[in-house]
Design a binder for this molecule. Sequence first.
Ligand SMILES: NC(=O)c1ccc[n+]([C@@H]2O[C@H](COP(=O)([O-])OP(=O)(O)OC[C@H]3O[C@@H](n4cnc5c(N)ncnc54)[C@H](O)[C@@H]3O)[C@@H](O)[C@H]2O)c1
Length: 248
Amino acid sequence: MSRLKDRVAVVSGAATGLGRAAALRLAAEGARIEILDIKDASETVGEIRAAGGEANAELCDVTNEEQIAEAVRAIEERHGKVDILVNNAGILSGRTPWHELTYEEMNRFVQINYLGYFNVSKAVYPLLKKSRHGRIINVASRTYFLANPGQMAYVAAKGAVMGMTRVMAKELGEEGITVNAVAPGMVATPGTEAHSNEEAFNRVMMNQAIKKRVTPEHFAALIAFIASDDAEMITGQMILCDGGGYLH
Ligand SMILES: NC(=O)c1ccc[n+]([C@@H]2O[C@H](COP(=O)([O-])OP(=O)(O)OC[C@H]3O[C@@H](n4cnc5c(N)ncnc54)[C@H](O)[C@@H]3O)[C@@H](O)[C@H]2O)c1
């Protein structure tokens, strides 16, 4: 498939998990991948290159504006533009009653899971403006709708991502840049496996309309579609890939 041939895609948090699957899928469709991650992403880069694709990674904390600026400078030197930005880097949470949450813990989730998306979007924006197919794809979470007890810090930050997505979609429409939020069901990744066991994943699956585990690859396929020209008139939306686990 070459839907994304020669598009430049920046994917944050692609050293592991959902971001890694998104980077592999976008590369398989022809995109040139740029990864921003606080962790070493050389395995993802190696896998893409071994398959004949193009990928680079920058070590970068999405809460650190200087590191982001340095990474974006390197991307500009390599490509001169960005077509697709997938804001995905984030932290997952365990369960803590809201009144036991500290200010520091609330702030940590807001800084990484919400302001991290803002920081990277703002830094990449001048390069996105140079694209004729601009896409911002924000990985959100259906926990906002489910209002998971014990996950207020995480849920609040992900809810803010949806607000940001809707406003940016309106502001960037004139420039032809679409901005959407996408959210998976509960997918096994290093991030979720740290807090949940097999029984928890299977329990979530049994509440879905389609009783099959959602994989990182299912979710990556949604991201590739939103990144493609087929989705040029889809903007300001929140799209779930959860096997019908949350039906409105
Ligand atoms: N897996 C799920 O079930 C699920 C469900 C809903 C939403 N999400 C969201 O999907 C995204 C990816 O989650 P995942 O499950 O793949 O988790 P993961 O922990 O497996 O991967 C997260 C990646 O983000 C990177 N990262 C974390 N903090 C960073 C920072 N400050 N700067 C740069 N990189 C950073 C990590 O190094 C890692 O590579 C997150 O935003 C998460 O909230 C996941």
